[in-house]
Design a protein around this ligand. Sequence first.
Ligand code: FES
Length: 106
Amino acid sequence: MPKITFVNADGTRRTVVARDGQSVMSAAVENGIEAIVAECGGACACGTCHCFIDEGWADRLAAPQSLEQEMIECLLNPAVSSRLSCQIRMCDELDGLVVHLPEAQY
Ligand code: FES
């Protein structure tokens, strides 16, 4: 099963195991990663599952769909590496994914 390492804004790290097909957001919430709020439950409607994909992984993910991209552009602190974690599905190819977390969700 694929692993995800979450890196908090203060640099602390935590690695969790995800199920195949599970979203990064869902794995975070299940494992008590507090920086992922996920108010809309994964409907791509709140932006509170914002994360930054580690640069070593950026080109290994499919590009965001238009709805996700529009939501990212509405965030207060977007970056080139910004993604909504509810829109990233885990699979064996993403085993070891490193995700950086924002200080807060706005
Ligand atoms: S959980 Fe709301 S946009 Fe991802």
